[in-house]
Ligand binder design. Structure first.
Ligand code: C2E
Ligand code: MG
Ligand code: MG
Ligand code: MG
Length: 280
Protein backbone atom coordinates (compact mmCIF):
# COMPACT_ATOMS: atom_id res chain seq x y z
CA UNK A 1 0.00 0.00 0.00
CA UNK A 2 2.74 2.42 0.99
CA UNK A 3 4.63 1.66 -2.22
CA UNK A 4 1.55 2.43 -4.24
CA UNK A 5 1.43 5.84 -2.63
CA UNK A 6 4.98 6.34 -3.83
CA UNK A 7 8.04 7.59 -2.03
CA UNK A 8 10.29 5.98 0.48
CA UNK A 9 9.29 8.43 3.18
CA UNK A 10 5.69 7.28 3.01
CA UNK A 11 6.79 3.69 3.17
CA UNK A 12 8.93 4.29 6.24
CA UNK A 13 6.15 6.22 7.88
CA UNK A 14 3.68 3.45 7.13
CA UNK A 15 5.89 0.75 8.59
CA UNK A 16 6.11 2.73 11.80
CA UNK A 17 2.39 3.24 11.98
CA UNK A 18 0.31 0.84 13.94
CA UNK A 19 -1.19 -1.72 11.58
CA UNK A 20 -4.62 -0.77 12.79
CA UNK A 21 -4.14 2.88 11.80
CA UNK A 22 -3.10 1.87 8.30
CA UNK A 23 -6.13 -0.36 8.03
CA UNK A 24 -8.38 2.48 9.15
CA UNK A 25 -6.93 4.85 6.56
CA UNK A 26 -7.54 2.28 3.85
CA UNK A 27 -11.06 1.74 5.07
CA UNK A 28 -11.70 5.50 5.10
CA UNK A 29 -10.78 5.77 1.41
CA UNK A 30 -12.87 2.72 0.63
CA UNK A 31 -15.85 4.09 2.55
CA UNK A 32 -15.78 7.36 0.63
CA UNK A 33 -15.78 5.44 -2.63
CA UNK A 34 -18.48 3.04 -1.39
CA UNK A 35 -20.77 5.96 -0.63
CA UNK A 36 -20.28 7.45 -4.10
CA UNK A 37 -20.72 4.09 -5.80
CA UNK A 38 -23.86 3.10 -3.84
CA UNK A 39 -22.30 0.01 -2.29
CA UNK A 40 -24.39 0.37 0.85
CA UNK A 41 -27.76 -1.24 1.41
CA UNK A 42 -30.29 -1.37 4.21
CA UNK A 43 -31.60 -4.64 5.61
CA UNK A 44 -34.49 -4.94 8.01
CA UNK A 45 -34.89 -7.23 10.99
CA UNK A 46 -38.45 -7.77 12.21
CA UNK A 47 -39.33 -7.08 15.85
CA UNK A 48 -42.32 -9.07 17.05
CA UNK A 49 -44.90 -8.89 19.79
CA UNK A 50 -44.01 -11.95 21.86
CA UNK A 51 -47.59 -12.70 22.88
CA UNK A 52 -49.11 -12.59 19.37
CA UNK A 53 -46.02 -13.02 17.12
CA UNK A 54 -47.23 -10.01 15.14
CA UNK A 55 -44.45 -7.92 13.53
CA UNK A 56 -44.56 -4.53 15.25
CA UNK A 57 -41.53 -2.93 13.63
CA UNK A 58 -38.43 -3.49 11.56
CA UNK A 59 -34.95 -2.39 12.59
CA UNK A 60 -32.86 -0.91 9.80
CA UNK A 61 -29.33 -2.37 9.66
CA UNK A 62 -26.70 -1.03 7.29
CA UNK A 63 -25.00 -3.46 4.92
CA UNK A 64 -21.80 -2.96 2.97
CA UNK A 65 -21.04 -5.15 0.01
CA UNK A 66 -17.50 -4.30 -1.02
CA UNK A 67 -17.50 -6.10 -4.33
CA UNK A 68 -18.70 -9.57 -3.45
CA UNK A 69 -17.35 -9.36 0.10
CA UNK A 70 -19.71 -8.53 2.93
CA UNK A 71 -18.19 -6.22 5.54
CA UNK A 72 -20.03 -6.38 8.90
CA UNK A 73 -21.09 -2.99 10.38
CA UNK A 74 -18.85 -3.45 13.40
CA UNK A 75 -15.82 -3.53 11.06
CA UNK A 76 -16.47 -0.17 9.43
CA UNK A 77 -18.74 1.92 11.66
CA UNK A 78 -15.82 3.04 13.85
CA UNK A 79 -13.90 4.30 10.82
CA UNK A 80 -17.05 5.86 9.37
CA UNK A 81 -17.50 7.70 12.67
CA UNK A 82 -13.83 8.82 12.87
CA UNK A 83 -13.79 10.13 9.30
CA UNK A 84 -17.21 11.76 9.50
CA UNK A 85 -18.51 9.61 6.63
CA UNK A 86 -21.09 8.36 9.11
CA UNK A 87 -22.98 11.66 8.69
CA UNK A 88 -23.85 11.40 4.96
CA UNK A 89 -24.14 7.60 5.30
CA UNK A 90 -26.64 7.87 8.16
CA UNK A 91 -28.56 10.53 6.27
CA UNK A 92 -28.91 8.13 3.36
CA UNK A 93 -30.01 5.24 5.63
CA UNK A 94 -32.54 7.50 7.32
CA UNK A 95 -34.17 8.56 4.04
CA UNK A 96 -34.05 5.12 2.48
CA UNK A 97 -35.58 3.39 5.54
CA UNK A 98 -38.28 6.04 6.07
CA UNK A 99 -39.27 5.78 2.41
CA UNK A 100 -39.43 1.96 2.44
CA UNK A 101 -41.31 1.66 5.72
CA UNK A 102 -43.76 4.39 4.63
CA UNK A 103 -44.46 2.35 1.48
CA UNK A 104 -45.17 -0.79 3.55
CA UNK A 105 -47.50 1.19 5.79
CA UNK A 106 -49.25 2.53 2.69
CA UNK A 107 -50.08 -1.13 1.88
CA UNK A 108 -51.99 -1.26 5.19
CA UNK A 109 -49.22 -2.96 7.12
CA UNK A 110 -49.11 -1.33 10.52
CA UNK A 111 -45.39 -1.42 11.33
CA UNK A 112 -42.87 0.97 12.79
CA UNK A 113 -39.23 1.67 11.98
CA UNK A 114 -36.30 1.43 14.39
CA UNK A 115 -33.10 3.24 13.44
CA UNK A 116 -29.68 3.06 15.07
CA UNK A 117 -28.08 6.44 15.65
CA UNK A 118 -24.38 7.22 15.79
CA UNK A 119 -22.93 9.74 18.26
CA UNK A 120 -21.49 11.94 15.53
CA UNK A 121 -24.71 11.90 13.54
CA UNK A 122 -26.63 13.37 16.48
CA UNK A 123 -24.16 16.18 17.09
CA UNK A 124 -23.96 17.10 13.39
CA UNK A 125 -25.49 20.56 12.76
CA UNK A 126 -28.66 19.60 10.90
CA UNK A 127 -29.56 16.36 12.68
CA UNK A 128 -32.99 17.32 14.00
CA UNK A 129 -33.92 18.97 10.68
CA UNK A 130 -32.77 15.97 8.66
CA UNK A 131 -34.99 13.64 10.69
CA UNK A 132 -38.05 15.87 10.38
CA UNK A 133 -37.39 16.33 6.66
CA UNK A 134 -37.11 12.56 6.14
CA UNK A 135 -40.44 12.12 7.93
CA UNK A 136 -42.14 14.87 5.94
CA UNK A 137 -40.79 13.66 2.58
CA UNK A 138 -41.68 10.01 3.17
CA UNK A 139 -44.98 10.64 4.92
CA UNK A 140 -43.91 8.37 7.79
CA UNK A 141 -45.62 9.57 10.97
CA UNK A 142 -43.20 10.60 13.73
CA UNK A 143 -44.84 8.11 16.10
CA UNK A 144 -43.84 5.24 13.75
CA UNK A 145 -40.16 6.07 14.11
CA UNK A 146 -38.02 4.84 17.02
CA UNK A 147 -34.47 6.11 17.36
CA UNK A 148 -32.04 3.77 19.12
CA UNK A 149 -29.12 5.09 21.13
CA UNK A 150 -26.68 3.36 23.45
CA UNK A 151 -26.07 4.43 27.03
CA UNK A 152 -22.59 5.81 26.26
CA UNK A 153 -24.12 8.51 24.07
CA UNK A 154 -26.04 9.85 27.05
CA UNK A 155 -23.29 10.17 29.64
CA UNK A 156 -20.24 12.39 29.12
CA UNK A 157 -20.80 15.84 27.57
CA UNK A 158 -24.14 14.65 26.38
CA UNK A 159 -26.11 17.90 26.81
CA UNK A 160 -26.29 18.54 23.07
CA UNK A 161 -27.32 14.95 22.39
CA UNK A 162 -30.01 15.00 25.07
CA UNK A 163 -31.36 18.36 23.86
CA UNK A 164 -31.64 17.14 20.27
CA UNK A 165 -33.22 13.82 21.18
CA UNK A 166 -35.70 15.63 23.42
CA UNK A 167 -36.60 17.95 20.52
CA UNK A 168 -37.31 14.95 18.33
CA UNK A 169 -39.34 13.27 21.04
CA UNK A 170 -41.43 16.44 21.32
CA UNK A 171 -42.25 15.92 17.63
CA UNK A 172 -43.60 12.45 18.50
CA UNK A 173 -40.56 10.34 17.65
CA UNK A 174 -39.89 7.49 20.11
CA UNK A 175 -36.57 6.81 21.80
CA UNK A 176 -34.99 3.49 22.70
CA UNK A 177 -31.92 2.48 24.69
CA UNK A 178 -30.14 -0.21 22.68
CA UNK A 179 -27.87 -2.85 24.24
CA UNK A 180 -29.47 -2.06 27.59
CA UNK A 181 -27.55 -3.21 30.65
CA UNK A 182 -24.08 -3.17 29.14
CA UNK A 183 -23.27 0.55 29.44
CA UNK A 184 -21.73 2.65 32.17
CA UNK A 185 -24.72 4.88 32.60
CA UNK A 186 -26.67 2.35 34.68
CA UNK A 187 -30.02 3.96 35.31
CA UNK A 188 -28.99 7.61 35.61
CA UNK A 189 -29.94 8.50 32.03
CA UNK A 190 -33.53 7.47 32.56
CA UNK A 191 -33.90 10.68 34.57
CA UNK A 192 -32.19 12.81 31.94
CA UNK A 193 -33.98 11.61 28.87
CA UNK A 194 -37.55 10.48 28.46
CA UNK A 195 -37.23 7.10 26.73
CA UNK A 196 -40.00 4.84 25.49
CA UNK A 197 -38.21 1.55 25.08
CA UNK A 198 -35.27 -0.50 26.29
CA UNK A 199 -33.69 -3.27 24.26
CA UNK A 200 -32.12 -5.91 26.48
CA UNK A 201 -28.64 -6.79 25.28
CA UNK A 202 -28.13 -10.30 23.84
CA UNK A 203 -25.47 -10.99 26.49
CA UNK A 204 -28.33 -11.37 29.00
CA UNK A 205 -30.73 -13.14 26.66
CA UNK A 206 -28.06 -15.66 25.62
CA UNK A 207 -27.90 -17.03 29.16
CA UNK A 208 -31.64 -17.55 29.58
CA UNK A 209 -32.29 -20.99 31.01
CA UNK A 210 -28.61 -21.83 31.08
CA UNK A 211 -27.20 -19.34 33.53
CA UNK A 212 -29.04 -18.55 36.75
CA UNK A 213 -27.60 -15.06 37.20
CA UNK A 214 -28.30 -13.98 33.63
CA UNK A 215 -31.81 -15.38 33.86
CA UNK A 216 -32.40 -13.46 37.08
CA UNK A 217 -30.93 -10.26 35.59
CA UNK A 218 -33.14 -10.54 32.52
CA UNK A 219 -36.21 -11.02 34.70
CA UNK A 220 -35.19 -7.97 36.76
CA UNK A 221 -34.68 -5.77 33.67
CA UNK A 222 -38.06 -6.82 32.25
CA UNK A 223 -39.77 -5.94 35.53
CA UNK A 224 -37.86 -2.66 35.87
CA UNK A 225 -38.80 -1.65 32.33
CA UNK A 226 -42.45 -2.40 32.91
CA UNK A 227 -42.50 -0.61 36.27
CA UNK A 228 -41.16 2.45 34.45
CA UNK A 229 -43.86 2.11 31.79
CA UNK A 230 -41.41 1.24 29.03
CA UNK A 231 -41.68 -1.17 26.13
CA UNK A 232 -39.15 -3.96 26.69
CA UNK A 233 -37.56 -5.69 23.71
CA UNK A 234 -35.34 -8.75 24.12
CA UNK A 235 -32.57 -8.99 21.52
CA UNK A 236 -30.72 -12.00 20.20
CA UNK A 237 -33.36 -14.70 20.70
CA UNK A 238 -31.92 -17.85 19.13
CA UNK A 239 -33.39 -20.78 21.09
CA UNK A 240 -37.02 -21.76 21.77
CA UNK A 241 -36.24 -21.97 25.49
CA UNK A 242 -35.32 -18.26 25.53
CA UNK A 243 -38.58 -17.38 23.83
CA UNK A 244 -40.58 -19.42 26.36
CA UNK A 245 -38.86 -17.81 29.34
CA UNK A 246 -39.26 -14.31 27.94
CA UNK A 247 -42.97 -14.90 27.36
CA UNK A 248 -43.32 -16.25 30.87
CA UNK A 249 -41.50 -13.15 32.23
CA UNK A 250 -44.01 -10.99 30.38
CA UNK A 251 -41.43 -9.41 28.08
CA UNK A 252 -43.40 -7.48 25.45
CA UNK A 253 -41.31 -7.79 22.31
CA UNK A 254 -38.48 -9.78 20.84
CA UNK A 255 -35.96 -9.89 18.08
CA UNK A 256 -33.48 -12.56 17.05
CA UNK A 257 -32.55 -15.20 14.51
CA UNK A 258 -35.17 -17.60 15.90
CA UNK A 259 -37.91 -15.06 15.17
CA UNK A 260 -36.54 -13.57 11.95
CA UNK A 261 -33.15 -12.69 10.49
CA UNK A 262 -32.26 -9.32 9.00
CA UNK A 263 -33.59 -9.38 5.42
CA UNK A 264 -33.58 -7.34 2.23
CA UNK A 265 -36.43 -4.94 1.45
CA UNK A 266 -37.63 -7.41 -1.17
CA UNK A 267 -37.91 -10.17 1.44
CA UNK A 268 -39.79 -7.80 3.74
CA UNK A 269 -42.21 -7.28 0.82
CA UNK A 270 -42.93 -11.03 0.69
CA UNK A 271 -43.23 -11.21 4.46
CA UNK A 272 -45.76 -8.40 4.29
CA UNK A 273 -47.82 -10.11 1.60
CA UNK A 274 -47.96 -13.36 3.59
CA UNK A 275 -48.82 -11.49 6.77
CA UNK A 276 -51.58 -9.42 5.17
CA UNK A 277 -53.03 -12.51 3.48
CA UNK A 278 -53.13 -14.42 6.75
CA UNK A 279 -54.83 -11.62 8.62
CA UNK A 280 -57.30 -10.73 5.85
P1 C2E B 1 -27.72 -3.55 17.22
O1 C2E B 1 -28.40 -2.28 16.90
O2 C2E B 1 -27.77 -4.01 18.63
O3 C2E B 1 -28.32 -4.60 16.22
C1 C2E B 1 -28.49 -5.97 16.49
C2 C2E B 1 -27.38 -6.77 15.85
O4 C2E B 1 -27.55 -8.14 16.26
C3 C2E B 1 -27.41 -6.82 14.34
O5 C2E B 1 -26.07 -7.00 13.90
C4 C2E B 1 -28.23 -8.07 14.04
O6 C2E B 1 -27.99 -8.61 12.76
C5 C2E B 1 -27.71 -8.97 15.12
N1 C2E B 1 -28.66 -10.02 15.52
C6 C2E B 1 -30.00 -9.99 15.49
N2 C2E B 1 -30.54 -11.12 15.97
C7 C2E B 1 -29.49 -11.91 16.34
C8 C2E B 1 -29.38 -13.22 16.91
O7 C2E B 1 -30.36 -13.90 17.20
N3 C2E B 1 -28.12 -13.69 17.15
C9 C2E B 1 -27.00 -12.96 16.85
N4 C2E B 1 -25.82 -13.51 17.10
N5 C2E B 1 -27.06 -11.71 16.31
C10 C2E B 1 -28.30 -11.20 16.05
P2 C2E B 1 -25.41 -6.12 12.77
O8 C2E B 1 -26.39 -5.89 11.66
O9 C2E B 1 -24.11 -6.75 12.45
O10 C2E B 1 -25.18 -4.73 13.47
C11 C2E B 1 -24.29 -4.62 14.54
C12 C2E B 1 -24.40 -3.25 15.19
O11 C2E B 1 -23.98 -2.24 14.28
C13 C2E B 1 -25.82 -2.87 15.59
O12 C2E B 1 -26.15 -3.46 16.81
C14 C2E B 1 -25.69 -1.37 15.66
O13 C2E B 1 -25.12 -0.98 16.87
C15 C2E B 1 -24.73 -1.09 14.53
N6 C2E B 1 -25.48 -0.71 13.31
C16 C2E B 1 -26.07 -1.50 12.39
N7 C2E B 1 -26.68 -0.77 11.44
C17 C2E B 1 -26.47 0.52 11.77
C18 C2E B 1 -26.84 1.78 11.17
O14 C2E B 1 -27.53 1.86 10.13
N8 C2E B 1 -26.41 2.91 11.80
C19 C2E B 1 -25.67 2.87 12.94
N9 C2E B 1 -25.30 4.04 13.49
N10 C2E B 1 -25.32 1.73 13.53
C20 C2E B 1 -25.72 0.57 12.96
MG1 MG C 1 -30.17 -1.52 17.38
MG1 MG D 1 -28.53 -4.19 20.45
MG1 MG E 1 -25.03 -3.31 19.36
Amino acid sequence: RAKELGGRRVEVFATHMHADVVRRLEIATDLQRALHENQFAVEYQPVVDLATSRVTAVEALVRWWRGSTFVPPEQFLGAAEDTGIIVPLSEWILREACREVAAWRASSWDIGLSLNLSARQITAPRFVESVSEALAESGLPASALTLEVIEEMLVEDADDTITKLSELRALGVRLAIDDFGTGYASLAFLRQLPVDMIKIDPSFVSGLGRDETLTLLTRTIVRLGHDLGLIVVAEGIERPEQLELLREMGCTRGQGYLVARPMTARSVDSLMRTTLQNTA
